[in-house]
Design a protein around this ligand. Structure first.
Ligand SMILES: [Zn+2]
Length: 179
């Protein structure tokens, strides 16, 4: 449990790739079809979450990474992408200034949308790789050849005595050899 799986190395790569996919689709939607950009942004967050949720060993881990893609996408939109698009005149400034309350509501909706969609994408991403997860492969005719480690060298999770793969991050913690 906890945070380590979020920052596990393979997870970081999928998180970054997922984030790039998310904001690329959303940015294209903003440029091409501003009126329905929300759909493009949500679609981007879903696909980004899907990518980020791969290689996880639990559905909630995938969902957490997907939600992280949603949050990071939102920060990129807010601080970089939308201001840059305004400056480049690729999106328009609304003629009627929305009220503070409208802005707050819009932001809450956007946050919930991106986090929720990213989470669902991440859980879906977990299920896309369930068949190829190394931890899922039974190894009944294998025995350890080096002593077991008490902690995973990658994520630090404590390991069962007979663990071959880390139950937390899927890292192979022992070599195995057929009997
Ligand atoms: Zn581990």
């Amino acid at each position: 449990m906890g945070i380590p799986y979020l920052f596990e190395r393979r997870g970081n790569v999928s998180l970054i790739v997922g984030l790039l996919v998310s904001v690329t689709i959303g940015t294209l939607a903003l440029i091409i079809a501003e009126d329905i950009a929300d759909i493009g942004i949500a679609l981007g967050a879903f696909l980004g979450g899907l990518i980020a949720g791969r290689f996880t060993v639990k559905p909630l881990n995938g969902g957490s990474r997907g939600a992280a893609v949603g949050v990071l996408s939102l920060l990129l939109y807010y601080f970089f992408i939308v201001p840059a698009l305004y400056m480049a005149r690729l999106i328009t400034i609304p003629e009627v200034e929305p009220s503070t309350l409208e802005l707050i509501v819009a932001w809450i909706v956007t946050i919930l949308e991106l986090v929720g969609v990213g989470f669902v994408g991440g859980v879906a991403g977990y299920y896309t790789t369930i068949g190829v997860k190394p931890a899922m492969k039974p190894t009944p005719e294998a025995k350890p050849t080096i002593p077991s480690l008490s902690r995973c060298p990658r994520c630090g999770a404590s390991l069962p005595v007979d663990a071959i793969y880390c139950p937390q991050c899927g890292f192979k913690v022992r070599e195995v050899r057929p009997v």
